[in-house]
Design a protein around this ligand. Structure first.
Ligand SMILES: Nc1ncnc2c1ncn2[C@@H]1O[C@H](COP(=O)(O)OP(=O)(O)OP(=O)(O)O)[C@@H](O)[C@H]1O
Length: 707
């Protein structure tokens, strides 16, 4: 701001002959206290109100002229003088006013100290506004503190970067808001000197910061931290660095390869080639071929153009300079777009590869053998080893089963179908130290009229067609061992009574025999039904229930131990490998995740089926989620809350199940007897006539040839 912006142009002009009264009147009219005495356009001097007071004190008349009090030594300012200069002049000359002149030395106004102060205040106010707007438009973040290290301001960039509001930060100790900056700001306030750029990590951002003192009247009254956010630059720099590193790794990898490798851009111009390639085509240096078309440099290569799909074409056997080689080509895809090709030519030490493959095959066979051995050994040490689980509830169940195995009590295993009841029963038998065998009988799978002979056997000539010398039943076979009664809930009531007797008296007679046989058998029963409910409905004998329900072991369904899925999947893949070896390592994390969101109505058995299908159909080493297909009729998923649980035993009609099983048994017997009905009836332990009746009942004659 200049003097001309602040001067009072409506000033009092008088001449030597003007009276004191006239001057005073003009002072009052224009509210001024200085008059310029001008004659012939020239400044002669000034008269102030103090001059008039002096005149009056000398008791001169108000009507006398002012000539005697004119002050000729006048402080003059040029209109273009700056306010600071004007202030300095007034202070130096110790006057309250100055006359302002223009270029032509004509008086254009006066300036009082008060005008100057107003001007300086306005100027500094404007400066403040400009400074604030400058601060807020700065890309750097500025945080200021006072001498007590309390925040006094933060500019827009700082508020944006740290996502905070200024009103929440003002007066806050810097220690609380940005502790990392405290020491440097304190140092700056203490020393009054600048600290140059330092690197900090502040609230997940990387900044470069410098620290500047704030000085007022030569005294340090605070400090500023000026921060530059360099997070993005660092990222780019790191990426650049890692790109350089990858390029170096790639170069070294290319040089290490036995093969010739050449890389082109999408137009087929060479961008990289290794030493193997240069040697194969007798090229001196890479510079000779860079950016040249591969077709010109290596015209013999059977380069395929037909790979727009991005699939890797089959390896081809080729000859280069009379030397056999394997040629492979692969597109380089980035963001679904082909950006070039890699060509690989294996031409050195092909015989080493052959040996290597043979060696690997041998090792793989050995590995399978040792795996089998290992599993056999660990099964011997841990009777429950085949019940794969790392679930806490299952671990507890195994412990309880181990203790139960050592007791003399009969056991009841409950759990949904496919949860591993038979595996658990087998484990219990192994840990029980019982010397006899583990004998299994499925009460739901055997026709009612055959069950009794299955259980107790029959004597010689017990019925027409019965085996000569009789046949031992499962009880006899399980003597001193364990009899596993699967699906005990489906046992007919007539047999329940007979079973109860054996359990109580430990003796029975073969069918058609009078001789009583004594046995020592531990019963492990299993069911997926609510046995107590069957007791209440009168379908299961209460006394038998309490006989077998001495110790109850419940296996949780798979959906309650989804943490078992990875270990089970691993185990099952190994199991499939022993049946049909395939180069499958396991499941991808996504596939495991898909398995863990399913409801598993069919439990581990269902998991086994689903994985077996995936194992056979997958075409890569890792089974991807798209190969996991859940059964159509069991589409319930854990993602759907309140999904109905699958209860196979409730859904299937018992009569239908029995008939279905009976039909299967007859088919199997006829198959084994090569269509001979007499033999088949013998296998089944029934009379020829009852076999005929059943063949008619199930219309079997339509489906099988008899002899
Ligand atoms: N924890 C497990 N580890 C390994 N395999 C398991 C496990 N649980 C079940 N299986 C496998 O799942 C299948 C079904 O197991 P199992 O026959 O023991 O079940 P279950 O409960 O007796 O079935 P059901 O009630 O239908 O007779 C078998 O192939 C078994 O090997």
């Amino acid at each position: 701001m200049k003097v001309r912006h602040l001067l009072t142009s409506n000033f009092v002009k008088v001449t030597r002959t003007t009276t004191a009264r006239e001057v005073l009147e003009k002072f009052l009219e224009l509210r001024q206290d200085l008059a310029c005495v001008i004659e012939g356009g020239k400044l002669i001097g000034i008269v102030t109100k103090y001059s008039i007071y002096r005149l009056l004190l000398k008791e001169q008349s108000l009507d006398s002229s002012i000539e005697s009090v004119i002050k000729h030594d006048v402080v003059v300012l040029h209109e273009e003088t700056s306010l600071t200069e004007a202030k300095d002049t007034l202070l130096r000359k110790q006057v309250g006013h100055a006359v302002v002149m223009n270029e032509k030395n004509t008086v254009i106004g006066v300036m009082a100290k008060s005008d100057l102060i107003t001007g300086l205040i306005t100027g500094s106010h404007n400066l403040g506004i400009r400074l604030k707007s400058l601060m807020n438009n700065l890309q750097e973040c500025v945080i200021s503190v006072d001498e007590h290290l309390h925040i006094t301001s933060m500019n827009e960039a700082a508020l944006q970067l740290f996502q905070i509001k200024e009103k929440h930060m003002l007066s806050k100790p810097i220690e609380d808001a940005f502790p990392e900056l405290t020491d440097d700001l304190r140092k700056v306030i203490h020393t009054g000197s600048v600290i140059d750029v330092k690197r900090f990590n502040l609230n997940k951002t990387t900044v470069f910061s410098s620290f500047v003192p704030i000085k007022e009247w030569g005294k340090t009254t605070g400090a500023m931290a000026v921060l530059k956010d360099v997070t993005d630059f660092e990222k780019v720099a790191n990426e650049l660095e890692s790109t350089k590193r990858i390029e170096k790794i790639l170069d070294s990898a290319l040089e290490l390869a036995y093969d010739a490798v050449v890389i082109t851009d999408n137009d087929g111009n060479i961008t990289k080639a290794n030493l193997g390639f240069l040697n194969l085509f007798s090229i001196e240096t890479i510079e000779h071929i860079l950016e040249k078309p591969i077709k010109k440099i290596a015209p013999d290569l059977p380069i395929s153009k037909n790979d727009a799909t991005g699939h890797q074409p089959e390896a081809k056997l080729i000859q280069i300079n009379g030397q056999k080689a394997i040629f492979n080509q692969m597109p380089i895809i980035q963001s679904n777009k082909r950006i070039g090709y890699i060509y690989k030519i294996i031409y050195q030490k092909l015989d080493i590869w052959k040996d290597l493959f043979q060696h690997m095959d041998k090792l793989e066979n050995e590995l399978t053998y040792y795996r089998g051995e290992l599993s056999r050994i660990s099964n011997r040490n841990d009777p429950f080893a085949s019940l794969i689980s790392k679930n806490k509830k299952m671990e507890q169940l195994k412990k309880e089963s181990y203790i139960a195995a050592k007791s003399f009590s009969n056991l009841l295993i409950t759990g949904e179908s496919g949860t591993g009841k038979e595996l658990l029963a087998d484990g219990i038998h192994r840990s029980s130290n019982r010397t006899g065998s583990f004998v299994k009988i499925n009460c739901a799978a055997i026709p009612e009229n055959l069950l009794e002979s299955e259980f107790f056997g029959y004597a010689d000539g017990a019925f027409t067609g019965s085996r000569k010398g009789g046949k031992p039943g499962k009880f006899e076979l399980a003597n001193e061992g364990t009899l596993f009664l699967d699906e005990i809930g489906d046992m007919p009531q007539s047999l329940q009574a007979k079973l109860l007797r054996v359990l109580q008296e430990k003796e029975f007679e073969r069918l058609g025999d009078t001789q009583t046989k004594k046995v020592d058998v531990r019963i492990i029963a299993a069911t997926n039904k609510d046995l107590f409910q069957l007791v209440k409905e009168g379908l299961f004998r209460e006394d038998l229930y309490y006989r077998i329900h001495v110790i109850n072991l419940n296996i949780p369904p798979l959906r309650e131990r989804l943490d078992d899925i990875p270990i089970l999947a691993d185990h099952l893949i190994k199991k499939f490998k022993t049946k049909k070896n395939k180069d499958v390592i396991g499941l991808t994390a996504e596939a495991i995740e898909k398995l863990q969101t399913y409801d598993w109505p069919g439990n581990v058995r269902q998991l086994e089926n689903i994985l077996e299908r995936a194992y056979h159909f997958t075409d890569s080493k890792w089974i991807e989620p798209e190969f996991i297909h859940f059964d159509q009729d069991h589409k319930t998923s854990l993602l759907l809350p309140h999904s109905p649980r699958y209860r196979p035993a409730e859904k299937i009609n018992r009569q239908e199940l029995l008939e279905e099983t009976e039909k299967k048994a007859i088919f199997k017997a006829l198959e084994q007897a090569h269509g001979n009905r007499t033999k088949a009836a013998k296998f089944l332990g029934i009379s020829r006539s009852s076999l005929y009746q059943k063949i008619n009942k199930y219309d079997i004659q339509k489906e099988i040839k008899f002899y």
